[in-house]
Design a protein. Structure first.
Length: 320
């Protein structure tokens, strides 16, 4: 086992601690891929040779250090490649590292939905023809799979079901994203309060991005519920931006698309990702005087916040 997929059991108020936890993994290997909001992939091939321990043994050390230094437990999946490590994580639990071996034998009994990239529609099609486990998919003729799900998808599906993992861990920096969390004092049912929290988070992200002279290309919304489950949605922006109004509109759109019906929400988190220099970003000119006025007000507000503090200027909805 050389690849670990780690999911940290972060409480809502600690989600911004992910960079520190990524730093913990980087003490063992520089090949770490952050998976916001609470996970990471780590390639331990070099670490196994250096420390003289297997990846599973190193996983136990990582878990102990995470608990001792940060008070955060974690679930860990291990496999010979990123795909199998991600699949192993589904059956992992805090305190135990779940392993999946190389090849089709270790995954043959798993349902087709366990395979990354297999959605509800593909799984339904396969199950209609009796291909409800990865072992059956791996044994099916390639021509049959291609007729059912298409040429490219069928070929990739058969490879993955046979345990072939062409993925690799791509080192990245979690600092390429910024997060703003808004936990509620008690589980919140009111959609207006949910939207107010989103507005506050978007305003914070916009101000931080502009202070760093950065823009973001994608925005991720995580809604955590009273039963400890969570829903995460990511949307690519029409153009990279640090404009608070644009971030707020996107956050509202993602929230509305969830269609929550009296959901007991424990916290909401917005994460700005795919950050880049503001000076290299394009900006679509507009004849809308309202938008231009909002951007000028934003510049003035940023100068006031820089001089008098982050709460010197805020939307009236938040000040009420």
């Amino acid at each position: 086992m050389t690849i670990l997929c780690v999911r940290f059991q972060l409480p809502p108020v600690r989600e911004a601690a992910l960079p520190e936890l990524i730093g913990l993994l980087e003490e063992f290997t520089p090949v770490v891929e952050a998976l916001p909001p609470d996970g990471a992939l780590a390639d331990l091939r070099g670490a196994e040779r250096y420390f003289g321990r297997s990846a599973v043994e190193l996983a136990a050390v990582i878990r102990v250090r995470s608990l001792a230094l940060h008070g955060v437990d974690c679930a860990i999946g291990a496999g010979p490649g990123p795909m199998l490590a991600r699949m192993a994580l589904h059956d992992a639990r805090p305190g135990v590292t779940h392993e999946l071996p190389e090849g089709p034998d270790g995954i043959a009994e798993l349902p087709v939905t366990a395979l990354p990239g297999v959605g509800a529609a593909t799984a339904r099609t396969l199950c209609e023809y009796g291909l409800d486990t990865l072992g059956l998919v791996a044994a099916a003729p390639l021509s049959t799979l291609q007729r059912l799900v298409g040429a490219k998808t069928g070929r990739e599906l058969r490879e993955k079901a046979n345990g072939f993992d062409r993925g690799r861990v791509v080192p990245n920096a979690v600092s390429r994203s910024l997060a703003a969390e808004r936990p509620f004092r008690r589980d919140e049912l009111d959609p207006d309060r949910h939207r107010r929290a989103l507005l506050s988070a978007a305003e914070e992200l916009g101000a931080r991005l502009r202070a760093l002279e950065k823009v973001c290309g994608t925005l991720t919304l995580t809604v955590r519920y009273a039963d400890r489950t969570a829903t995460t949605r990511t949307r690519t922006l029409k153009e990279p931006t640090a404009h608070s109004a644009a971030l707020t509109r996107t956050a509202y759109d993602m929230y509305e698309a969830l269609g929550l019906q009296r959901a007991r929400v424990r916290s909401v988190t917005l994460r700005a990702e795919a950050l880049g220099p503001a000076e290299q970003a394009s900006y679509q000119l507009t004849f809308d005087p309202v938008d231009e006025k909002a951007r000028r007000i934003e510049e003035v507000a940023d100068r006031a916040r820089a001089k008098f503090g982050p709460h010197a200027v805020m939307p009236g909805t938040l000040a009420a």
